[in-house]
Design a protein around this ligand. Sequence first.
Ligand code: ADP
Ligand code: MG
Length: 438
Amino acid sequence: MNEINEIWDSVLAQMAEEISAVSFETWIKTVEPVEIKGNEIVLSVKNSLNKNMLVTKFRSMLESCIEMAAGRTYELNVTVEAELPGTSAAADSGEEFASGLNERYSFDNFVVGGNNDLAYSTALAVTETPGRKYNPLFLYGGSGLGKTHLLQAIGNKFHELYPNKKVLYTTSEKFTYELVNAIREKSNREFRNKYRTVDLLLVDDVQFLANKEVTQEEFFHTFNAIYDAGNQIVLTSDRLPSETPHLTDRIKGRFSMGLLADVQPPDYETRIAILKSKIENEYFTFDEEIIEYVANNIRSNVRDLEGAVKRILAYAGIERTNTISIELAQKALKEIISTLPKRNITISVIIDEVEKYYHLPSGSLVTKKRSNDIAYPRHIAMYLAREVLDESYPRIGEEFNRDHSTVMSAVKKVRKSLQGDKELAEKLEDLVNNIRKN
Ligand code: ADP
Ligand code: MG
């Protein structure tokens, strides 16, 4: 094990003694030691909230723990993961074309089971006879169940089969964002050119078109242009068009006129098959017993299954063992299971907790009121939704009945005032602790 990891292990042990368990879990355990660079120890954290907490609240404690561990002083250099080049989600997961496609997703590495076979076979059919059979194909189902994977696989296969045709993958949020920019910059013509002339349009997460009338209007025309030209559209959503509130009837009508195919959580056999496929290229071998243990304990979705495998592999790496014991798997899963409650945290939980914290009547943060006693906590709640939940600006805007630019500027404001404001850092720490108890 290299020096930085040894030092960091000792720092963790010391910090665990110094601060509360919740603070430790939230602020310290999430830190990744990166490297020692001259007089600096480089650490990486998930977001600016974690960074601000480290530098405003824990810096001196950390520096003295580091000194104890290393026998000399180092300065802290804290970087935010998303800001490091090459570590964004897209860069992390493979190459990206201008088409928005990511080669990581294919039909070959998609495991088919009773929970997703309709979605899989219709997706494949679309690449074989685009524009003809199922148009649009509408894939729907819960989070982490493979919708984006299938959508991307369609795009990649299509590109392989028809290299001269145009494919475009986008999300409804990106579509909205680009439309808003096009309107502002009076570049509607380029926008239309980009979207209406493709042979295959893939739009992820269309549930976020809800409430956005102007975008729905534009999307309706985009849809028609592509459809009328005999080209193919594939959409995904977390629910059926008919169950999506605040979509215009004509959009719902368009979405439902092809085929609606659902993806469900994987059953036990499919979970086993997925786990096997995720570890087949790994250096470590997993006994059947361990695969069964994971499949029995992680039932929610494929994303969590992948997370479980990654954890186990990371533990095996740390313990420098090449055989994975059931104890090791249990230890690794305990972590995941203990972070699972996080799944219950939603924007509305954050709103509730912030209202309680500031002694505001329930619901006041989502009203239109602008007085300072409400506006300030509202900014804090928006900031937390962004940093704790990693929610997108449009999603947060929806919950607060504001547009995404309002949310962006609120988040920016809080970020700025956090710099050096120890009191605010402490308030946020309390708030996050309250939120995580949910
Ligand atoms: P969704 O878009 O439905 O939230 P994703 O497509 O992002 O879910 O899937 C989450 C993760 O699980 C991705 O890494 C994806 O590759 C993987 N995944 C989902 N379903 C399968 C499957 N059937 N076989 C293999 N990997 C899968
Ligand atoms: Mg998705």
